[in-house]
Write a protein that binds this ligand. Sequence first.
Ligand code: NAD
Length: 343
Amino acid sequence: MAHRVTLIPGDGIGPELAEATRRVLDATGIGFDWEVQEAGEACIAEYGTPLPDHVLDSIRRNRIALKGPITTPVGTGFRSVNVALRQTLNLYANLRPARSIEGVESRYQDVDLVIVRENTEDLYAGIEHMVGPDAAESIKIITRAASERIARFAFEYAVANQRRKVTAVHKANIMKLSDGLFLEACRTVAADYDGRIEFEDRIVDNMCMQLVQKPDLYDVMVLPNLYGDIVSDLCAGLVGGLGVAPGANIGEDGAVFEPVHGSAPKYAGQNRANPTAMILSGALMLRHLGYADVAARLELAVREVIAEGRTVTYDLGGDAGTSQFADAIVERLAATTAPAAGS
Ligand code: NAD
């Protein structure tokens, strides 16, 4: 039976990347029934919002979506489609793997990190106000329930993906109550995995320095929303930048898979943008649907095409267009057999 998936092409380079990704995913042999839904700039004139209710309903119904980047309109009341999606659908876990790819220029060759970011609270709860004309206040919300939930997600991910360690990242030395509670929740959950998954914690500033100097020391990291946002981009930088960084937003009732990068409007419609991040987000979707072996095959095909370097986009030093890059991955996919289990 085909999997019904909400496909949101998005703005800017989004539609080209979505088309490339759809073709590659169709070539895996897993049947998909794509329900295409427009969100973003094009919707504002017609619906008065970049995120109409029928798009949210589609995701609620299908419980799974693949999404291109969406431009955040400047100067309207709408904060961000992405933040709204995560909060409305309670997609509490933001998962961002950062793994080196041979052929992608970066400082390190063997980075293999996974960032698990709490997606619903912290300073992103959006509770802020002016206190008189010359001071502003933003409220940082941290709850035990959300912190334990994200910590458990990180440990379960570690178990399911044969990872060895979870590091909780915080600033509990200064924010003793809020980050203190986050850390305490992580410790509580860690006790349930004692002997199976190692646990440690790091203060966020120290963590940033260590990641830049010795990324190989770390494995899975779990962070509150704001630190997670910042540290995940740092980790994307360690493996060659936004063009190759996939992501997922996962909740109990649904999941939205999307590249980390934005809509890069200056490249829109030019068949130039790199589809890797969105295709690898598609691989995360395959894993989520239970097709770990097919996901591994797809990731291998992407890695081989990039390592070869003949049919890659401008940002990877080539001159292929988005669609030619996707063609090369489709071809490689057909020729690639699944790697042995555990490899
Ligand atoms: P961006 O990621 O769109 O682009 C920054 C630069 O990175 C681009 O100019 C380009 O050089 C490069 N780049 C990004 N993706 C690429 C790709 N796939 N292939 C090749 N090069 C790529 O960031 P921005 O310019 O800050 O944001 C543009 C818009 O996207 C803004 O409106 C922003 O709010 C939005 N945005 C959306 C999301 C999302 O939908 N998840 C995420 C980030 C930014």
